[in-house]
Ligand binder design. Structure first.
Ligand SMILES: NC(=O)c1ccc[n+]([C@@H]2O[C@H](COP(=O)([O-])OP(=O)(O)OC[C@H]3O[C@@H](n4cnc5c(N)ncnc54)[C@H](O)[C@@H]3O)[C@@H](O)[C@H]2O)c1
Length: 343
């Protein structure tokens, strides 16, 4: 039987919505647990619980590697298949979520995730102060995507340095897969640095951006297997499968997309193929660093920006440690998390 290593899990049927609100607190060893609020369709609430347990543990790692004084948590609400919330139902549900969070006496704070937005965080904020990423005009830290892009840029500099001895991205061959909130901003930054860019999105309307940036457009079906220095996944998770690994032609993979590995074993397969994989939760931490620094820790935007730039050092150290110990960067990251939580 696997060990239950969460501090607390609450499942509460919301009195207004009638829906089960799950809050999983994995760890508060480093400080208040944080993690987004996911409102999504699941087969049943057991699946939602499994998701909450998995993602909250991932948040502990993300915060620990980012040097934040926070632990990991997660809220998940399982919507029955086919259910669409109207405005009043959505508000009721968000107030149910807020009341559960408030009942935890500050052990956990939430932010946006799949199925929720910064505006939803403001609604949760009606009933609890333990919430982040509210819109800027409502006193929050606002859109996290520019900060996620800035953090990924820092991680890319460290990756470039590890591959080629210098961190300048000028001339570096990169494929950015996904040109949404984060990917577009990142592609613009990379183009401004003189990187040799290829870009891709399932949305053909994004071709205009490729033309603007002087980037080559790649068909989404072929985007992951381009011959580049660094592949930058910036769309959905689960893309690094056992099947795709033999076909990859990149030297490294560093991108913000969450949960890139289809299964944890894929990290070892990448290592065997000599492809560097920077854990997504390290490369994509800029947004959460910004939101927590500004909204929960009372820091300034400049302090948050400085912390985001530190991602370059963090990734540099991880890659150097992994190389000298002959382990994967994923394993090196895990050891650094365990070290931080124990000391
Ligand atoms: N927004 C943040 O601050 C943040 C923070 C950490 C991690 N992330 C992760 O980064 C990734 C991107 O986030 P985002 O906010 O930019 O999302 P988004 O929804 O704004 O953009 C995703 C883009 O990917 C495209 N896309 C989807 N499937 C694709 C495919 N198969 N090939 C190519 N393009 C495809 C979509 O059309 C869209 O343009 C997600 O995995 C997200 O979880 C985002």
């Amino acid at each position: 039987m696997s060990k239950f290593d969460h501090e607390r899990v609450v499942i509460h049927t919301g009195p207004r919505s009638g829906l089960p609100v799950i809050v999983a607190i994995h760890s508060t060893v480093l400080g208040q647990a944080v993690g987004g609020c996911r409102v999504w369709h699941y087969g049943d609430w057991h699946e939602a619980l499994t998701d909450a347990l998995r993602v909250s543990a991932g948040m502990t790692a993300k915060c620990a590697v980012a040097g934040l004084a926070n632990g990991g948590g997660k809220t998940v609400v399982a919507l029955p298949n086919g259910m669409r919330l109207d405005a009043a139902q959505r508000r009721n549900l968000l107030h149910d979520v807020a009341d559960v969070i408030e009942s935890l006496d500050g052990a956990y704070a939430t932010g946006p995730d799949v199925g929720t937005t910064p505006v939803d965080m403001a609604v949760i904020g009606d009933r609890t102060r333990h919430v982040f990423c509210r819109p800027q005009e409502q006193g929050g830290s606002g859109d996290s995507s520019p900060h996620t892009a800035a953090g990924t840029l820092a991680a890319l500099r460290a990756t470039r340095r590890h591959l080629h001895g210098a961190s300048k991205l000028q001339g570096c061959r990169l494929a950015v897969v996904g040109l949404g909130g984060v990917g577009e901003k990142l592609a613009r930054m990379l183009a401004a640095e003189g990187a040799q860019l290829q870009v891709s999105d399932i949305d053909q309307a994004k071709r205009v951006l490729a033309d603007q940036l002087g980037a080559a457009w790649i068909d989404p079906d072929e985007a992951l297997t381009q011959d580049v220095d660094i592949l930058v996944p910036a769309a959905l998770g689960g893309i690094l499968t056992q099947q795709i690994i033999p076909r990859l032609r990149c030297a490294a993979i560093t991108g913000p997309a969450n949960n890139q590995l289809a299964t944890p074993e894929v990290a070892e397969l990448l290592h065997q193929r000599g492809i560097l994989w920077v854990p997504d939760y390290v490369a994509g931490a800029g947004g959460v660093i910004h939101a927590l620094t500004v909204e929960l820790h009372g820091g300034t935007r400049d302090e948050a920006a400085a912390r985001i730039l530190q991602i370059e050092n963090t990734v540099h150290t991880l890659l150097a440690t992994a190389a000298s110990a002959g382990i994967t960067p994923a394993q090196a990251a895990l050891e650094s998390v365990q070290h931080r939580i124990k000391t």
